[in-house]
Design a protein around this ligand. Structure first.
Ligand SMILES: Nc1nc2c(ncn2[C@@H]2O[C@H](COP(=O)(O)OP(=O)(O)O)[C@@H](O)[C@H]2O)c(=O)[nH]1
Ligand SMILES: [Mg+2]
Length: 355
């Protein structure tokens, strides 16, 4: 399935471009007014954006007309939402897929799970386009297919197993209170079960040092406190050979450029580290967005989700994963350092969403 955004001066113009480029077999995923003052048409008019998906390439289904006769497509009046200026306050005619009722239920289940509606539409549309005709109404086949599609969308960070884990420096970044110290402690404890090598927990500027000391005493680890990037580099060089190193970076917000710059200095001092962005599974998309999508200060190797035990729904995870395309590293639950942490699998995340 191909997804593309079309920007034009009017809805009609955007739709006509969509039809011309994608043909009849397209669905509208999202429409919005572009209210940004910097982005206007040549005549100074506001622009509109329509995101469309081409779901049945002719070669996949043979003949688009054939599907239409079978009732898969219909001409539908499609009213536009999210139109604060009334600019889009008109009904448009678009070629939409009329989903079978059972597919609409998948859409609403995904939305209830807090998958963003645009992403839920993509998943259901792909499910429909990939199901064999004879299985299109089978709930079991639909579930299997949608799980397969969700699984396909999730990239997994290639972690070593706890048994193999060899002297990696793992760095945890993210907002304050998100669970960085707890997660670092859980991983350090698990590592101790499988490795006799030295374990070092590193606090920046004494942040969370008491909690680190407590877990270090329990598992026989060392705690080091550093206050500059240079000190961090020195400590890493000193311990590197025989050590598992876990570093907690000070809490950051996506909009705080000063803190992000300071974070980058620390990260640059320890190249070849594994950087995990810690995210709370109960956080809403808008609160996660800036850190995941809009910052270019630090590379992120893996998304690590905490507090899955407190989350009722897991769709936000999927939306973040689909949109960021950053691999997932770990899934954690439990509010103490003896809680659980597992290397993530795509199957595990798909089941969390579908169950
Ligand atoms: N329920 C639950 N609570 C957690 C989890 N991880 C951390 N917490 C709690 O979240 C709070 C902040 O955790 P902490 O590790 O200090 O966050 P930090 O500021 O990012 O280091 C503490 O009360 C932890 O007990 C988790 O996976 N599940
Ligand atoms: Mg902490």
């Amino acid at each position: 399935m191909r997804i593309k955004s079309f920007v034009a001066s009017t809805v009609q113009e955007a739709l006509s471009n969509i039809k011309e480029e994608m043909g009849e077999s397209s669905i509208i995923l999202e429409t919005r007014n572009i209210s940004d003052d910097d982005i206007k048409s040549e005549s100074g008019q506001n622009l509109v954006e329509i995101v469309a998906a081409e779901i049945f390439a002719e070669k996949e289904v043979g003949n688009g007309e054939e599907r239409k006769e079978e009732g898969c497509f219909c001409e539908e009046k499609h009213s536009l939402e999210g139109d604060p200026d009334g600019h889009l306050g008109q009904e448009i005619t678009s070629l939409e897929v009329e989903w079978p009722e059972s597919c609409k239920e998948w859409f609403s289940l995904l939305c209830k799970q807090q998958v963003e509606s645009v992403d839920a539409k993509i998943l259901v549309s792909e499910m429909l386009s990939e199901l064999d005709k004879e299985n299109i109404e089978s709930i079991d086949e639909q579930r299997e297919k949608i799980k397969e599609i969700i699984t396909r969308k999730i990239k997994i960070y290639p972690l070593e197993t706890f048994q193999e884990e060899t002297n990696k420096t793992k760095v945890f970044i993210g907002a304050s209170g998100i669970g960085k110290t707890t997660t670092l402690s859980k991983l350090a404890r698990k590592t101790r079960l499988y490795s006799g090598n030295e374990i070092v927990l590193i606090s920046i500027e004494n942040d969370s040092v008491e909690k680190m000391n407590s877990v270090a005493t329990e598992i026989g680890a060392v705690v080091a406190v550093v206050t500059t990037p240079q000190e961090l580099k020195t400590v890493q060089d000193e311990f590197r050979r025989s050590t598992h190193m876990f570093i907690e970076m000070p809490g950051i917000g996506g909009n705080d450029n000063k803190k992000l710059l300071a974070l980058r200095e620390y990260i640059n001092a320890i190249p070849n580290s594994e950087i995990h962005l810690v995210l709370n599974a109960t956080t809403r998309l808008k609160d996660i967005s800036t850190l995941v999508f809009d910052q270019e200060f630090v590379p992120i190797h893996g998304l690590l989700f905490t507090k899955t035990d407190e989350a009722d729904t897991f769709g936000t995870l999927l939306t973040v994963i689909m949109r960021s395309e950053i691999p997932v590293s770990y899934i954690a639950n439990g509010n103490t350092h003896s809680g659980d942490i597992k290397p993530a699998t795509a199957n595990m995340i798909a089941e969390m969403i579908l169950n």
